[in-house]
Design a protein around this ligand. Sequence first.
Ligand SMILES: Cc1cc2nc3c(=O)[nH]c(=O)nc-3n(C[C@H](O)[C@H](O)[C@H](O)COP(=O)(O)OP(=O)(O)OC[C@H]3O[C@@H](n4cnc5c(N)ncnc54)[C@H](O)[C@@H]3O)c2cc1C
Length: 434
Amino acid sequence: MKKVLVIGGGPSGLMAAIAAARAGAQTTMLEAGAKPGRKLLLTGNGRCNLTNLNEHIASVYDSSDPEFARGMVHSVFSQFSVQDTLDFFHQEGLLTSVEHRTYVYPVTGQSASVLEILLRTLQALKVKMKYSEEVIEIERRDLSPGSEETGCLWNVRTKTWNYEADSVILSCGSRAVPATGSNGSGYELSRMLGLDVTDVLPGLTAVSCAFPSPEARAYVPGSRNRAASGKKTVEDPFLAAAGTRTFAVVSVLSDGEVIAQERGQIQFTQQDLSGIVVYNLSRSVVRALHSGHDVTISLDLIPDNTEEEIESMIHSMRGKFDGISDEKILCGLVPSRMIPAVLALGEQTGSSLAHVLKHFSLKASRLRDFDSAQVCVGGVRTTELNPDTLECVSEDLKGIFLTGELIDIDGPCGGYNLQWAWSSGYTAGTHAAQ
Ligand SMILES: Cc1cc2nc3c(=O)[nH]c(=O)nc-3n(C[C@H](O)[C@H](O)[C@H](O)COP(=O)(O)OP(=O)(O)OC[C@H]3O[C@@H](n4cnc5c(N)ncnc54)[C@H](O)[C@@H]3O)c2cc1C
């Protein structure tokens, strides 16, 4: 019977162990923490958005090598699809419900139910689960030419024990939220094996932004229309907008060229732009910033009206209310806390109000750190792996498989990253057992 060792008890490792055991392998899982699935419990604000019914799911993923990665996602999803995932959970006793047309959650509304179902399945399959076992080294042992068996075995060392296996599945996650156990040690183990790992950056997180030039940061409201004396200075109009939620079309420009765009609710916080659309776009922002590009976030704050329509409305307001200030005009166009920011940008760029409302541009400076990132952008290069099996392509690494976030593939918010974990785990587990 083939021996399979899974390193990491996150969603991809748990699914890999289930698949390997179902395919007949004697399977052991080693988890560094005292409990498995710590990050899984945090997902979807504790509700676990476990997959997405998007018909074009394979096209949403990104990577440093997008073309190769999409081929890999396609192959892996053809072996364990979204429907296979739903069937798996239903057969194991977890019912799901759909929100916002495509977002799938457990009917219990609790990520703990998803973890419980996985652990129950592993137990029934008699998978050995070892906790507080952090893997620190993986070594190849070639079988001597004269012996009955050919090929190699893998020695896997933890601080307390040595394990031996025919196949090893690395499911150690990324560095996003290191407190959950994804502390980057999977990248270290991969490097020790000679695998090429890209730079790893925080993804699906808020973006720190500032006005393009510092002059706009000390703005006196109303100074455009009347004497500024007696008016309170708004130290930084961007900060003044903190707490505002509004709808916008958000574009990311790298050196002036639009590289990504999404429409949805955004939120201004003390230093950042936040919200699901910003999280999704953060994957493009961080890649562009890391490559040294100048990155601008441009907000269309009134996406359902053209600039001409807004211009003409403002013109008619000026005609109707004699001497009306820009501030007052903006009352009906943007949330009140954003008014100083819109006025300041207009003054700084010399643009009309209508133009600023359609092109509210901020300079992206950085993303938050790994503690508040939901995933990592980057990882072990996809070209190191056979896209059909997720086994390493190097002859020296036959029997080593990778899954989940450790691989340089990331998806947007909406259940896509967990679906990658389920599908990649199932594929690697099945092939590792063969
Ligand atoms: C706050 C938050 C909310 C999220 N919400 C969603 C959501 O709703 N939907 C969605 O699709 N995705 C969501 N994600 C992303 C999703 O959780 C991850 O993509 C997914 O958990 C990755 O699974 P994984 O198995 O690859 O790694 P992980 O879940 O990170 O698991 C890796 C495991 O390996 C263990 N490990 C690491 N190194 C070693 C070692 N050397 N030896 C032994 N064990 C080791 C770790 O302790 C950990 O248990 C969210 C992420 C966060 C942080």
